[in-house]
Design a protein around this ligand. Structure first.
Ligand code: ZN
Length: 409
């Protein structure tokens, strides 16, 4: 698939470095399951996150004499992640141009309606101003026959908004004229609550080097983009991912040369199961060389994760730990683990720029899954000199976190 001339190959690699990379410069462990923990709630065949049933994926169309533009909300279930400061709606809009004419996206309107369908809030992203807000949205050009993925740019919504229905209105202008086209799409977000009671997968102090806010690279995975889609990706399994990097008391992540894995405080640090579950995937043989074989990616999408462990917690919830240290994995497929069991160690295998733990909760066992929000129990959020205990909460890009020393279950 990438057997193209050297120049093209390099371009693809650069694309991957930018799109797949998990940690800064290039892109995300396991130990023996001791005693048998409590039985799994549900072997997870079907992703069945708790929330009310979602409506069928909304698809809307705008028709002109030359054809239609269609807009579909993805993923089918659009979840709301509730943080201390906002409700996050990490959904995408897939826009297909069947009109035979090229268009350019010039305006996005997002309106929130409550359960009585009354308008509660509305926000515009326009092309007004000297440095227009719409210019922060990439890929606004929609050539004839093309498909675009629009990441919801208004993803942080106030905590007191009732998100019964969120309506997107997209305005396009024909690139060869003045014709305007307006397409709308509805999403009925689902407040997601984890079934699994997740503990922090690392001990000690760490920084959330990257989370999944609108600016985070995990959020900016364009699975509609041809080079990515051509490998076989169909979703954003890392939609709610984190890159976790152990730090010292000053917040430094390493001492010594950053190219040397051993300079990083976290390299080799134990990675712990966050909750009871069954191990469903393990890889342990990749070197900690911060790369993977792109030529084999289409055959095995998990290559970008390097050494990894996937734990099925039941109810469709799967924990994925990536970029683990070579030969550090101490569990095997079929093992049952409980919260706090060591499953591996932090490494730098796969698409990793440096040693870190890439963690994500997802609704299936592989790279074709979709991401799920995760709420952690019993940790401390450091805000400068303040240490704030959190019984249950989310973490985000830039947070300094320490797992509670409270007894793990
Ligand atoms: Zn990552």
């Amino acid at each position: 698939m990438l057997a193209s001339p050297p120049m093209h190959r390099r371009r693809y690699l650069l694309l991957l470095a930018g799109l797949v990379a998990c940690s800064g410069a290039r892109a995300p462990e396991p130990s023996c399951p001791p005693t048998m923990p409590a039985p799994l709630a549900t072997p997870s065949a079907a992703p069945t996150p708790n929330a009310p049933a979602a409506a069928a994926p909304p698809v809307t169309q705008a028709r002109i004499p030359g054809g239609t533009i269609t807009v579909a909300v993805a993923p089918t279930r659009a979840y709301v992640e509730r943080t201390d400061g906002a409700q996050l709606l990490n959904c995408d809009l897939r826009i297909k141009n069947g009109t035979g004419v090229a268009w350019k996206l010039v305006e996005i309107e997002v309106s929130v309606h409550d359960s009585r369908d009354a308008l509660a809030w509305r926000r515009l992203v326009t092309d007004g101003g000297v440095s227009p807000a719409i210019s922060t949205v990439p890929n606004r050009e929609l050539p004839e026959g093309a498909e675009l993925l629009l990441l919801n740019p208004v993803s942080e919504l106030a905590l007191d908004l009732e998100l019964a229905r969120v309506h997107f209105t997209l305005t396009f202008v024909a690139t060869n004229g003045d014709e305007r086209l307006v397409v709308g799409a509805d999403v009925r977000p689902i407040q997601y609550e984890d079934h699994a009671e997740l503990r922090f997968p690392l001990a000690g102090r760490l920084i959330v080097w990257s989370g999944h806010d609108y600016l985070a690279h995990h959020r900016r995975w364009d699975y509609v983009f041809t080079p990515i889609r051509s490998f076989g990706f169909v979703s954003n399994a890392g939609r709610y991912a984190y890159d976790l990097v152990p730090v010292d008391a000053t917040g430094a992540m390493h001492a010594g040369h950053p190219e040397d894995n051993k300079s990083w405080f976290g390299f080799g640090a134990p990675v712990l199961a966050p909750a009871v579950g069954k191990v469903v995937a393990v890889r342990d043989d990749h070197p900690d060389n911060r790369e993977f074989d792109v030529d084999k990616l289409a055959d095995d999408l998990m290559l970008m994760y390097g050494n990894h462990v996937v734990i099925d917690h039941g109810h469709g919830e799967h924990s994925l730990f990536a970029h683990l240290q070579q030969k550090s994995v101490t569990v095997k497929v079929g093992d049952v683990v409980k919260a706090g069991d060591r499953v591996g160690a932090i490494g730098a295998s796969g698409s990793a720029n440096f040693p870190h733990l890439h963690y994500q909760l997802q609704d299936g066992p592989n790279a074709r899954a979709e991401g799920l929000p995760s709420y952690f129990h019993d940790f401390v959020r450091h805000r400068g000199a303040r240490a704030i205990p959190v019984k249950r909460g989310t973490i985000g890009s830039g947070d300094l976190i320490e797992a509670s020393t409270a007894k793990r279950r």
